[in-house]
Design a binder for this molecule. Sequence first.
Ligand code: HEC
Length: 390
Amino acid sequence: MRCSGDSAAPLPSRFGGESGANGKQTNPLNRARQQAVVGLALLVPAVLSAAGNPAAGKALFEGKGGCLNCHSIDGHGGSVGPELDKIGLMRSQELLRLALVDPSAEVYKEYLTVVVTTKRGQKVEGVALNEDDLSVQIRDAQGNPRSFLKDDLRSVRRENRSLMPSAAGKMSATELDDVIAHLHRLRGPAPPIGPRTREPHRAYSEIGFLDRIGRDEEERPDTLVNSLEIRAGATVAEIGSGTGYFTWRLARAVGNSGKVYAVDIAQDRLDRTAASVAKHASGNVQTVLGAESDPHLPEGALDLVFIGNAYHEFSNPEAVLAAIKRSLKADGRLVIVEYAEGYSFSERDRSPRMSIDQIRSEIEAAGFEIDRVLEGARLLHTVTFTKAGN
Ligand code: HEC
């Protein structure tokens, strides 16, 4: 007997489900509730959660909140739910609130609740561990691994809900803010910051590669740009616009009241950018011919600088980053999208890949601070930064 429902592989990769921007399955039954919670979250917490007390939240997390029964931090705690070492980088405060108040609203596929019913009528709930021809293994809500012979079972179901109990009604508003403040600070160890060890690649992607069939499926550009939550009217620059693949999507995001500067160091690329913008978006894009060490952008003017699969090709990244820092407004963001390590397009593919730590150490060394790691397509790392010392 196989698990029924959509439970093909017992332990799919964490990034396997091509679902929401944060990689999770959205439970349709809960969408209305989720919107209600997000609505609330948007109305109230900006002020409240800023007031949350992270030390009190930590005490609650480790003590009466019972969170360590199921979650681990720095290798300590349970493993029913995901490790939370870097959760503050992975989730906004609104998503953290949603995870606590309505855990079933969005659940990773591998954490959907498995319900095992034996022929004698005993029911056990847990998360999937393993399945073979003869048996099923789950981890129950107390953290114990449990193994069942399929011959002894009446059914195995995977249900679209979380094993995590909701904090709603259990925690006061203040306690909730405190726990969120604590989770928001969990960012894992910072990578060593130092001079760059990587040699600049000095390559230039071929047009055929940039326009390849299947790129949308691989990179999910619409999800990516949506997940940046760019406000209408924003001023954005894209450095390395290439064939305009991301440019027109950014142009749509800022709308007619916004502006996009599309920078490249080759005029033929800028012509291609302009052509794809003309096809898909309106006239709010200005192309800018940049130099290898200077993107030629206005100072103190930008809400966001976007670099999509181009940073590893910069021949003088330090100079470009210094110029970006000058051109961003005080609260501006820098977005780096890079192909993830371990992913190769073909046998001949020798272009460099960067790990999140490598991206962090180079960008942070230039006077930026990590803000978020956005989940999206599995072959890309998307990391956002703000200016350090804000
Ligand atoms: C009975 C086990 C259990 C307990 C107790 C528990 N959790 Fe969870 N938690 C889970 C599981 C399973 C998931 C993954 C499914 C989901 O997203 O709800 C999860 C998910 C989460 C997530 C979302 C993680 C992500 O990657 O988005 C956060 C944040 C979280 N828990 C925080 C907490 C906090 C804080 C507490 C204590 C107040 C707590 N949990 C208590 C089982 C538990």
